[in-house]
Design a protein around this ligand. Structure first.
Ligand SMILES: Nc1ncnc2c1ncn2[C@@H]1O[C@H](COP(=O)(O)OP(=O)(O)O)[C@@H](O)[C@H]1O
Ligand SMILES: [Mg+2]
Length: 641
């Protein structure tokens, strides 16, 4: 039974001096949970009321033994049936009141806490959208998913239950112990005997449990990652007959998780054993001592009944401490995991952005200019210089320290209205270079200017309204074709812009889809071929008539004839657009005014396709044998001249 005070020290906020155990560790649990305050603040009145009601309900429960005492010492001793019935009626009413109060508490907290969870989830999502690409490169998506789901659910459960009940049970135990001491202080001290060992056990338990809880939640994240990857990669898995090994890998992970969960269960069982056994022993001892006292006439039977029923009433509050602590520990872990993401620095923006809109930010990821109005007329010196890379150096944040940067010294000038093709061997850093322009990655040194303005001084909003991008691996969102393409345009863009962009990208097939441009595509929608998706991504890039266009090999999946048609249409767009186009095939390269060769982290040569074929062996080699169009020096250049 009643091992009273142990819990009070563990009450979530402002605990009293700790029981011996590692104050640092304990403190961090509390500190972790305190970080939830901003989210809990709006509902603090409700939570407070609910806690007060729960305490009241518990106290009502504690009055029951006192009524029993009155019955035993009064009507029962006097053999007065009317008094017994009256006592029974009181007991019934008290029981009802307790039940009603607890029900009311539950109703009070359910809705606001669902709101807290939703709010935290929305914040997490918004934050994820604003975190730099480098962050997403580093984090497994399953870890992020599990933080947005399991961990937040644990937090809601903590706020609904352990938070209140650690408080309520603590207060109940204190009051109950007080009542027992007043009834008979010697018996009270007997009951209090196990308090110290139980407190020590709780301390040890918390420390061990916190480590295991963290491991379990991280493993859930790993598991989520595997599920996610195998769902996305189901074609590869099936195609290569890897389902068995994949299932085995999954089985191993889930087996590990099971082990961790069992370890949690063992810890819980251990603390439960102590928390249940010691108090039971104390109750037994108090019963013996009390019975002797009653026999001696030193104690009334009613007092002993009241004493023991109070002790029994405290059993649940004491026994629950084990799992309340466990849940709090899990909640602290969940809070840590949540804030690990929330504390990651979002991309700094030189120009204060007016409360960035998360949806727009999401779109910005796959690039695209969002304004229909002519780009960047705002504050840039007109046509002062096109796109310029000045001594740009870049190394990935997670690259091995001390290794040479991927891009060592990029100097390149693309004149206003010019289109420049970027050619280089696989892995030479072409994709990386293009990602620097919309600032998906930050340059390590040097600068990039758009019409004279350093991109580091532009707000992301401005920058992305000037630059549109399309990548080799096109991403379509679960939305209609039209919505996917118009992501690249600003508010107010409509059918006209859509049709024009589809025409340029040779994506007129969209009109022939079952519901035309209103057809759902993306993961939940119609599956499109790689070339179709590339063309939609290209349409998205050109729909906003961007001043700067950055295309990372956007035509790689097209057949030669479609490619030629796209090129012809692109020429019109590119006429007044400054463009950087990563290309592999001579046919794509020929679309550009000039070509830049990227090699060993530098721009090794710049010139027209024909010039480079003649003067640069590496370029000639790259261009040889890569193309189906045998229409030019592409082939002759194969031998290096
Ligand atoms: N997010 C990243 N973190 C670290 N290294 C990367 C990352 N993305 C690409 N790399 C490395 O940078 C090099 C160049 O990649 P990339 O720019 O994609 O080349 P290309 O497009 O020319 O084929 C590769 O060696 C690749 O391993
Ligand atoms: Mg690439």
């Amino acid at each position: 039974m009643s091992t009273k005070p142990a819990p009070t020290t563990d009450l979530a906020p402002d605990p009293a001096p700790e029981a011996a155990q590692d104050p640092a560790e304990r403190h961090s649990t509390v500190r972790a949970l305190l970080r939830l305050w901003p989210y809990v603040r709006p509902v603090r009145a409700r939570l407070g009321t609910a806690a007060a009601i729960a305490i009241l309900a518990s106290c009502v429960g504690l009055v029951i033994p006192l009524v029993l005492k009155w019955m035993v010492d009064g009507p029962v001793a006097d053999r007065d049936p009317a008094g017994v019935w009256l006592g029974a009626l009181y007991l019934l009413l008290l029981g009802l009141a307790e039940a009603l109060l607890f029900g009311f508490r539950r109703w009070l907290v359910a809705r606001p806490l669902a709101g807290v969870e939703a709010g935290m989830r929305a914040d997490l999502y918004r934050h994820l959208q604003r975190l730099p690409v480098a962050f997403h490169d580093r984090w497994a998506s399953g870890q992020l998913l599990s933080r947005g789901t399991t961990d937040l659910m644990l937090l809601r459960m903590f706020l609904a239950f352990p938070l209140t009940f650690l408080l309520v049970n603590g207060v109940t135990i204190l009051i109950g112990v007080g009542i027992m001491l007043v009834q008979d202080w010697t018996l009270g001290l007997v009951i209090l005997g196990p308090a110290i060992p139980v407190m020590i056990t709780c301390g040890i338990f918390e420390k061990k449990y916190s480590a295991v809880a963290r491991r379990a939640q991280d493993q859930v994240g790993d598991l989520t990652t595997v599920v996610e990857e195998s769902v996305l990669g189901i074609r590869i898995i099936k195609g290569f007959g890897r389902h068995r090994s994949q299932a085995r890998a999954f089985h191993e992970l889930s087996h590990t998780l099971r082990g961790t969960e069992l370890r949690k269960a063992r810890l819980l069982a251990a603390i439960w054993a102590v928390i249940v056994t010691l108090p039971e022993v104390a109750i037994g001892a108090a019963l013996v001592v009390g019975a002797v006292q009653v026999a001696d006439g030193a104690l009334s039977a009613g007092t002993l009944v009241a004493f023991l029923s109070t002790a029994l009433a405290l059993r649940w509050p004491v026994e629950s401490i084990g799992f309340l602590l466990a849940m709090s520990q899990e909640a602290a872990t969940a809070t840590d995991r949540y804030f690990e993401v929330m504390d990651a620095e979002v991309e700094a923006d030189p120009v204060a952005e007016v409360e960035a809109d998360p949806v727009a930010e999401a779109r910005a990821a796959e690039g695209a200019s969002r304004d229909v109005r002519p780009r960047g007329e705002a504050r840039l010196p007109a046509a002062a210089g096109g796109l310029r890379f000045e001594h740009v150096r870049f190394r990935y944040p997670d690259a091995a320290p001390g290794s040479t940067p991927l891009l060592t010294d990029i100097d390149l000038h693309i004149r206003p209205g010019e289109s420049m093709a970027l050619v280089g061997a696989t892995g030479s850093g072409k994709t990386t270079l293009t990602a620097l322009v919309p600032r998906l990655h930050e340059v390590t040194e040097g600068r990039i200017t758009l019409d004279g303005a350093d991109i580091a001084t532009l707000s992301r909003r401005e920058l992305r309204s000037m630059v549109a991008v399309a990548f080799e691996e096109p991403t379509l969102f679960s939305a209609t074709v039209g919505e996917n393409v118009l992501m690249g345009a600003g508010e107010g863009a409509g059918e006209k812009e859509l049709d024009r962009a589809l025409a340029i990208a040779q994506a007129d097939f969209a009109h022939a889809l079952p519901e035309g441009t209103g057809t759902q595509v993306g993961e939940q929608g119609l599956s499109l071929s790689g070339g179709q998706r590339q063309r939609l991504a290209l349409a998205r890039a050109v729909v906003g008539r961007p001043r700067f266009l950055v295309l990372d090999d956007p035509l790689s999946a097209l057949d030669v004839h479609t490619e030629a048609a796209v090129e012809a249409a692109l020429r019109q767009v590119l006429a007044d657009t400054t463009a950087l186009i990563v290309a592999h095939r001579p046919s794509t390269v020929l679309l550009a005014d000039r070509v830049a060769l990227l090699s060993e982290g530098r721009i090794a040569a710049v010139g027209t396709h024909h010039e480079l074929l003649r003067t640069n062996a590496e370029y000639a080699h790259l261009m040889s044998g890569l193309d189906g169009h045998g229409d030019d020096e592409g082939f002759q250049g194969g031998d290096g001249r």
